[in-house]
Design a protein around this ligand. Sequence first.
Ligand SMILES: [Zn+2]
Length: 369
Amino acid sequence: MKIKKKIIIPLVLVILIIIIILINPIRLYNKHQLKNLGYNETSINTILDNKLKDNVLKIEYNKTLDYIFSSKEFNKKNFDIYKELEYIELDDYTKNVNLLIKKGYNAKEINLILKSATNETLTDFLEKDYYENISKFLEFNFSKLENIDRYIKYQNDNNIDKELVVIYVNIGLDKEFYQDTTETSKFSYDMLINKYHGISEDFKPENLVDVPSEYGKNQKLNETTLKAFIKMSEDCKAETGNKLLVRSGYRDLKDQQDTYNTYLKSYGKTYTENYVTHPGFSEHHTGLAIDVKAESKDVFADSKESKWAYQNAYKYGFILRYKKADEKITGIKYESWHFRYVGEEIAKYMHENEMTYEEYYVRFLDKKG
Ligand SMILES: [Zn+2]
């Protein structure tokens, strides 16, 4: 009896200890705490296995960390950088972050790199050597990672403000006009057509309608554009006594080729290149552009209608597209008569902020990649 008691007590103790080790109430408690913060099961195990619980409790919940902790690529050495990162939807996020850290980029730089990247451009970027001071070109939300070498070169060549460097390179101004052009087959009211962005042969403008003859002879325009123009023309008449008219609206590829050839014959190459765009690269292909005529005078710029239009066109969704100050950006010599319909919201913003449509497009409409 006595012997049995001597054995049973330590045996029970040993079993109790084994049970406690197996259940591990401390680990259970820690798990509970991390779960309450919002971490998922895999993350919690990574946190506990790497003894990072106290660090994580200080940070509370962090979506990026939760994602990285769950990844097989998690590397404890990089924890201090991980916790500063914003999560961005990209393939192989953790793996790529590790590669960027290895190259020498800090958390701020990695955030900017990932924000300006697509999956493709990031893959290319990771093959390049480390760039010093990369932040200065990537701090704008319209910066593009694939343009980094061009930003650096453009700033070296031109010595202008870095924000302008990014805008000008994104426009394409570091290349010759008509060099590396893109083509679009899709119509949209905010589409950009210039010497870098043309239309494809199968491009079809939307809702082309005839301009009523009292506003222009044998002309077609996009319907919304025409409606806005007629309203503008009538308001101009109410205030100045004369209407605005359509001298030239929609042109197809053949019309533009004919226009180009006519100018070439009469005025020579330099003049033609300054004023007439190559077929495929004219805004007139969209049905959204109008060469405006004044009712009272032949020279539009000298008319009272033009003065009224310069002040009021934005209220109807039109912008004067090729201004004197913007010739280097648009690649088109000043045209006092060429208006483009972009809609009231964009026209108002551009009127208040004095910018070319190229710049507006780069800042707000251009998609990455
Ligand atoms: Zn025009």
